[in-house]
Design a protein around this ligand. Structure first.
Ligand SMILES: [Mg+2]
Length: 242
């Protein structure tokens, strides 16, 4: 039975990392390990603590730069040049970026509940996906490999838009593609700033999921929007929408 507070919902939009797939400390650690191996192969022994410090800084950089999304190749260039104090060639930057893509597509996994949930929701709602990630190809190919592409009426990646959630621009691209009225859209995500503040700012309803441990933490600020609902498991959407 439909939950009354979400009665007029026509569109359900999802964040990807830590919402539909786990992308927390364990996955980030695996990504850093993969980058360390690749850099070791390319340039010799890699200072993994330095790599971690640079990557940790890069991950949150868009939130301190007017929500401008990172450029993947620029991030790869920074890694090479700061760790090895060399000038990176275009080919080296591209080789590292390609490895970064491969690592992402390989490490992401889907829990058993997601495909059945999306199957059932897609029967009654338009579904959208909006992910903050600089490499659009990683998200699109990763989502395809996990068998989820077919469920989404629109997929938008911040790397294609140039700005990250909570900036209104990626949300607007998603809403335009879905031809959705924000008041009839619910956004489901794990990130207080990007997902809750972003979607509420657009006039959407917001559901915060706390199922997975996030890697980056954002402070709550006075005057912040509150989510319309907090869920501890993504499968709780069944009781709310089906
Ligand atoms: Mg997320």
């Amino acid at each position: 039975m439909m939950h009354t507070e979400f009665r007029n919902t026509k569109v359900i939009c999802f964040d990807l990392g830590n919402t539909l797939i786990e992308f927390g400390p364990r996955q980030i650690a695996n990504q850093y390990k993969g980058l360390t191996s690749k850099l070791t192969e390319m340039f010799g022994s890699c200072d993994s603590a330095k790599l971690k410090a640079i990557r940790d800084r890069q991950i949150v950089a868009p939130y301190h730069d007017g929500y401008r999304e990172n450029d993947v190749e620029e991030c790869c260039r920074e890694l090479i040049e700061e760790i090895y104090t060399v000038k990176a060639t275009v080919a080296q930057v591209e080789e590292l970026a390609e490895e970064r893509y491969n690592i992402f597509v390989e490490i992401i996994e889907l829990s058993d509940v997601i495909l059945p949930l999306l199957t059932d929701l897609a029967k009654s709602y338009k579904l959208g996906l909006l992910s903050n990630f600089p490499c659009s190809r990683s998200i699109r190919d990763g989502v395809e490999r996990l068998g989820m592409t077919q469920f989404f009426d629109a997929i938008v990646v911040s790397g294609e838009v140039g700005w990250v959630k909570p900036d209104p621009r990626p949300y607007q691209v998603l809403l335009d593609q879905l031809q959705g009225d924000p008041s009839e859209c619910v956004y489901v995500g794990d990130n207080w700033l990007a997902d809750v503040q972003g979607s509420k700012g657009m006039g959407m309803k917001s559901i915060l999921t706390t199922e997975h441990l996030p890697y980056e933490k954002f402070d709550h600020n006075p005057g912040d929007f509150e989510p319309d609902k907090i869920i501890g498991r993504i499968s709780e959407l069944r009781a709310l929408f089906l």
